[in-house]
Ligand binder design. Structure first.
Ligand code: NAG
Ligand code: NAG
Length: 331
């Protein structure tokens, strides 16, 4: 997710007409106890009453808690010995997303390094989620392309017999979607299709997509803007990392925003969560139904300006989502 900091920095040297920023009072994150920092791009899944949280750093950090609010306990690395994928010297493993298909858990991850566009997506499997239980299968075999960058994988499977959709990206400002084989450790061969694109001049980064179905609609949440700037080089207000949503009545789109603008052809996208109070640059989000609270939740990482902007100071946050209007509202 940290790939494009340099570029998003560059964009700001050029004069752009500020687009109107939606003003909304966002609630603060719900409480978090235990290990709640050094969290980037979290992924949360519940198994037998225990919440498992996966995040970028340390070959994918695994933490567990009895509830979303904690207390979170660090358990160890998912890929203890790293990944079998080689992309570039000094590479890192980023942005895990963990899903259950049949009785197996699949952890998708990106292998990348700041500033490169030849990343790759891999997968590991486990039947328990615990450190030490994971088998790495390496690359999904997605084709590399100048059109996109293989980062930030997200899986979606609606029911037992549905196809398995993978979204990923970006190449600066695009999200792509394709399918995986029934056993979702390999690419299906279907050419990845662009589903979200910001075509405005000096477009914001779009990445970290997350597909979610609620009632009659399919939603694609993603992160836009500058994720990781530090003072004195903070992004202009409104250009910081933030969470955007688009929706469709089909998992494959077309996706539109709340004002009806197409998210592929008209640079549509509705703000779900932006900077507010002591919450700066929230993103790297995922969405899940919390069976304990009986509510959909959005979880993410964010910076507390009162604490600091360094990588080890990113916090884990979550909020409940109200979909009653047909659009997700952080409550
Ligand atoms: C908290 O979790 C992070 C990884 O997310 C890990 O690096 C760190 O060691 C943990 N801290 C403690 C005190 O366990
Ligand atoms: C598209 O990029 C422009 C320019 O950075 C930005 O103002 C706008 O918010 C972006 N749109 C979305 C939906 O992120």
């Amino acid at each position: 997710m940290q790939l494009f900091t340099l570029l998003s920095g560059l964009c700001c040297l050029v004069a752009v007409t500020a687009s109107p920023i939606q003003k909304r009072a966002f609630p603060n994150p719900e409480p978090c106890s235990g290990n709640c920092t050094w969290i980037h791009d979290p992924s949360v899944i519940q198994k037998d009453g225990t919440y498992y949280r996966f995040s970028t750093s340390g070959n994918i950090a695994i933490a567990t808690a009895p509830s979303m609010t904690g207390p979170w306990t660090y358990k160890g690395a998912l890929l203890e010995h790293g990944t079998s994928i080689y992309v570039v010297d000094g590479q890192d493993i980023w942005a895990p997303d963990v899903f259950k298909v049949d009785e197996t858990f699949y952890a998708y991850y990106a292998v990348s390094k700041m500033g490169i566009q030849t990343s790759d997506i891999g997968v590991a499997t486990s039947t328990t989620l615990d450190p030490g239980s994971w088998t790495d299968h390496g690359s999904l075999g997605l084709p590399k392309s100048a059109e996109y960058n293989l980062i930030d994988p997200n899986l979606f499977k609606e029911s037992d017999n549905s196809p398995i959709y993978l979204t990923f990206g970006s190449y600066w400002n695009d999200i792509f979607q394709t399918t995986l084989n029934d056993s979702p450790i390999k690419f299906s061969g279907i050419t990845p299709k662009n589903i979200v694109s910001n075509s405005t001049i000096n477009a914001a980064v779009a990445e970290g997509s997350y597909q979610f179905k609620w009632q009659n609609y399919y939603y694609v949440f993603y992160s836009a803007g500058a994720c990781c700037n530090t003072p004195p080089n903070l992004a202009k207000p409104g250009d910081e990392y933030r969470v955007i949503v688009c929706r469709s009545d089909s998992i494959t789109g077309p996706f539109v925003d709340q004002s009806g603008k197409d998210c592929l052809t008209q640079s549509g996208g509705t703000l779900v969560l932006g900077s507010h109070d002591d919450v700066y640059a929230p993103g790297g989000q995922g969405v899940m139904y919390d069976p304990d609270m009986k509510s959909p939740v959005i979880y993410y990482h964010y910076v507390k300006p009162s604490v600091g902007y360094n990588a080890d100071q990113f916090f884990f946050g979550f909020n409940y989502l109200d979909f009653s209007s047909g659009w997700p509202v952080v409550v």
